[in-house]
Every structure is written in C-alpha cells, then in structure tokens.
Design a protein around this ligand. Structure first.
Ligand SMILES: Nc1ncnc2c1ncn2[C@@H]1O[C@H](COP(=O)(O)OP(=O)(O)OP(=O)(O)O)[C@@H](O)[C@H]1O
Length: 489
C-alpha cells in the first residue's frame, strides 16, 4: 500500500517519547500479520482524532490497526516500565503493545495511539506478544462505557482480528486493539526510572510528564513535589468516580495507575451488582487485595510508591525529601473523601453541604449492604421514585427515606432540580457483567449485533431512555455471585 493511501486516513503523528532517554523505550520493527479484518471501529472517536472515518474503515485503516503499515512520521516503540504487582516489585514493559505515535487532533490535543496485541517486544519475556479477540472486545465495550459514564479513561479506537490463531488453554482468535490515551505514563514508568535508570533519566521523565500533563506547575518552587500532589488529586478524583458507579478495576497494580489520571487496563475489571464492599471478581485476587472497598486505600498505597520513586528529585537530603513526600501523601485521605462525598451528594440530589450528609450517605449504604440491594438500581430507583424497588418495603429504609426527603427540602432548589441532578449522576444502565458476556459470546460466533447494541445503549447511560430499561435488570443472584474475571489473555 502506498504511503499516500495510508496517510489519507488523516494521521498527524508525532513521537515525543522517542526524545526521552533511551532507557525508557525500544524501537520496534513490526511483524505483519497474515490477513487482518476489521471487527469494530469507533467512528466518533476516529472523527474527534481528526481521522477520515470513511477512509479509516477501509483497507488503509485495517492495515494500520493491524500494525502492517505505519503512518508517515511513526517510529513504533515499546515502553519500559516496572511495577508493584499484588505488592511485589517487578520489571515489566510493553510486552504486547506498541506505541505508533501521538496523534495531534484538530483541536490541538495530543493522544497516544497504541496497538495492543501487536507482537513480541524486548519486554515480552516468555509471552507471544499477542492478544485474543474476547478480551480485546471486552476492553472496547467497558472502556467506551466508562467514557459514556464520564469517567476519565483510555479509549478504544478499533479492534481487528489478525487472521492468526493464538494458543492459550485452547486455540483462540488473535486480535489487535488500538488504544487511545492522554499518555501511557504509569506510576510503574517512574518506578522503572528510579530503579533501573540514572537520576538524570528520572528527571527527564518527570519533566516530560509535567510538560505533557501539568504545564501549569513548571514554575512552582518544587515542581516534582507539585507533580506528586497533582497526580494524587487526579487519582483521588478518579477512584471516587469508580466507587460512585460500582466499578471494580480488579488489578490496581502500580503499572496500571496512570500519571494522567485515566483508567487503564481492563483485564479483570467488572461492575458490582449487589452492594457489598468485599466484592472481588478477579480469579487471581484470592486475598481480596483489590476488592471494591479496598480501592481507595490501595490507590493511596500506589501513590506512596510514586512518591518513593520521585524522592531523589525532591531534595538531595533524603530526610528532607521524605518529609516533603509525607506532607503531600497525608493529604490523600481527605482529597479522596471530599471528592467522594461531593459526588455522593449529587447522587442523592443534594446541592448544598450539611455536616450530617456523610452519615446520611453511609446509613443508606449500610441498609443496601444488609438488604443485598443492587447498587446501580438503588440510585436509579431513588431517581425515578420507583416504589416497586425492593428496598422500599423495609422499615429501616423507609426511615432513612424520610430523613433524606426532609434533607432535600432544606435546600432552595426545587424537587425537579434535585431530580435532574440525580439523573446526571445515577446511570440508568451500566455494562452488567452478564450483558457483556452475552455480547462477547455472540461476537465470537460471528454475530456483532449484540455488542453493537450494547455499546450504543451505553453511549449515554444517563439518558433514561425506553430502550435502556431492558438492560437495567441485574443477573440472577447465583450468577452474580459466581462471576469471575481473568487477566492477560
Ligand atoms: N501475550 C503476552 N506476551 C507478552 N507479554 C505479555 C503478554 N500478555 C501480557 N504481557 C505483559 O505482561 C504484563 C502484565 O500484563 P497485563 O495483562 O496486566 O497487561 P496488558 O493488559 O497487556 O497491558 P496494559 O496494562 O497496557 O493494558 C505487561 O507488561 C504485559 O505487556
């Protein structure tokens, strides 16, 4: 295919990562796949990136998304990183991913374009560098749902099949997903810098991250301490949003925490049906380290690892450096709690602040836990005033509801305004696990319509449309409890 044709897609790629110290990446010669075919293309994302959606859905797009052709200006590279996985430090890196460049959008934004499942790299160790169709489509569905829910996230531009089988416990269809992210800088990239590179390299990485995500702190007295504070703020806000919609990431290792504050890695994630803080879906998380209720403190633990990695840049005197780190880290619990209470107030239709609001929220959660209420549907029922919803029959809930209604009346805004606020913060639907599985099963049998419909109703989860109603039912309790997720396929 001619370069002209490839570029007709609308690529305007830059490669600023390639200017980082050499320790942070390896330039890769991509190994073409046999006969790639488009499975799904995100038209609206393609357009917002400045790509020509008509051309991109044709052969030119398929060849680029398969890694068979690289657009002009692209220097494909795999990034080095390390990370704490379930608490243990290890060397990692893009073992099956390839950054083809940063797309400059028509409105002047910079986004990484990364192929996931594109083949081996120097960081692959024993792996084949490939990915299976099911997990790539799962990432597509859930990351797009997260975007619809208003949660910062990496996004999915396309999934193509590679035409080559891959071998796990059985033979699977090979696929490549194109991921779009504000960047792929992870806490683990900094841990790698601190442990395996020189201090100047770590400094260059921090300067790059500041320039790319937090240019406003460049002139601060100690920009590296400010970097820690800003990342901590974004993560606190992100985790509060996850908690508010019942999202369980499942593998909050430090290599899966971004510097940009976007959700990344949709391997074993899932949404909670019945409210229970101990909920875990990931088959490998036997201790429940990444259970729903543990996500806020785990994020704090991960940010402490980020602080440790940055210590050499804070101050030459180690004691002073540690003190600077501790001062920032001590702000995390309040940063998270403030973001969470603020969001939960919105879920309950409350505009102003009252001191007793947190107790009101916690009391509702206590009842939901005790009565095994569905998390999403409880807030949906409150929004719709759905008296048929299970909780409305319980005495303790009725007492709670009275308190809540009185609280709502103690604000100047009308009931209508309060309801509108609730509609904007309580999704009518989430990607229920059984619905995602149903879509994936059909897709693997060659029927993409179930997935397309699911993705389309999840586009605006706050629409409260007629067609969303059938998607709001939770699975039967036995199915919900036994649901398990797996990572790394
Ligand atoms: N098939 C594979 N071949 C080579 N390396 C792999 C393979 N699968 C996973 N890895 C590597 O193992 C590590 C952990 O895998 P994990 O499944 O958490 O990441 P991932 O989903 O591939 O990546 P990301 O965090 O970018 O979404 C990563 O460094 C990843 O690149």
């Amino acid at each position: 295919m001619t370069q002209e044709k490839v570029n007709a897609v609308g690529w305007k790629l830059e490669n600023t990562y390639a200017e980082l110290p050499k320790a942070f990446f390896s330039i890769i010669k991509v190994k073409p796949v046999d006969s790639p075919e488009m499975v799904v293309l995100n038209h609206s994302l393609a357009e917002s990136l400045g790509l020509n959606a008509k051309v991109v859905e044709g052969e030119e797009g398929v060849q680029v998304f398969a890694g068979n052709e690289v657009p002009e200006g692209s220097v494909p590279l795999a990034q080095a990183y390390a990370g704490h996985q379930f608490g243990n430090f290890t060397m990692l890196g893009d073992g099956r991913a390839l950054l083809i460049g940063e797309q400059m959008t028509p409105d002047g934004k910079r986004y990484d374009i990364q192929l996931k499942g594109s083949g081996r790299t120097p960081y692959s160790r024993g792996g084949d560098g490939r990915a299976a169709l099911g997990p790539m489509l799962r990432e597509y569905i859930i990351s797009e749902a997260m975007h619809g829910l208003g949660i910062p996230t990496t996004r999915s531009l396309a999934v193509v099949t590679s035409g080559e089988p891959i071998y796990r416990e059985s033979q699977l269809t090979g696929a490549i997903m194109t991921r779009v992210a504000a960047s792929h800088l992870r806490v683990g990239t900094f841990e790698y810098g601190a442990n395996f590179a020189e201090k100047e390299d770590l400094k260059a990485l921090a300067d790059y991250a500041i320039e790319r995500h937090y240019p406003e702190i460049k002139k601060d007295k100690n920009p590296y301490v400010s970097l820690l504070r800003e990342v901590q703020k974004r993560q606190a806000a992100l985790i509060a949003k996850w908690q508010m919609i019942g999202f369980i990431h499942g593998v909050m290792n430090t290599d899966n925490m971004t510097i940009s504050g976007e959700t990344i890695d949709y391997g074993p994630c899932a949404f909670m049906d019945t409210y229970n803080p101990a909920t875990v879906f990931s088959s490998i998380d036997v201790q429940g380290r990444y259970a729903y209720g543990n996500q806020p403190p785990i994020a704090g633990w991960n940010i402490t690892r980020f602080a440790e990695a940055l210590l050499p840049l804070f101050h030459d005197n180690q004691e002073k450096a540690i003190q600077l780190a501790q001062d920032v880290l001590s702000e995390y619990p309040l940063a998270f709690n403030t973001a969470w209470v603020k969001g939960m107030r919105c879920k309950l239709g409350l505009f102003n602040e009252e001191e007793a609001d947190e107790a009101l929220i916690l009391d509702l959660l206590k009842i939901m836990h005790k009565e095994k209420a569905d998390y999403t549907n409880t807030f949906r029922a409150l929004t719709l005033d759905d008296r048929k919803f299970s909780l409305f029959v319980y005495q303790d809930f009725q007492e709670w509801e009275k308190r809540w209604q009185e609280r709502r009346k103690r604000q100047p805004e009308s009931q209508k305004e309060s309801k509108d606020l609730m509609c904007k913060h309580n999704p009518a639907i989430i990607p229920r696990n059984h619905r995602v599985e149903e879509a994936l099963k059909a897709a693997e049998e060659g029927n993409l319509s179930v997935m397309e419909k699911l993705v389309s109703v999840l586009k605006d989860p706050y629409a409260y449309s007629k067609e969303q109603e059938e998607y709001s039912a939770p699975p039967p309790p036995s199915e919900a409890m036994s649901y398990q997720t797996f990572c790394g396929t």
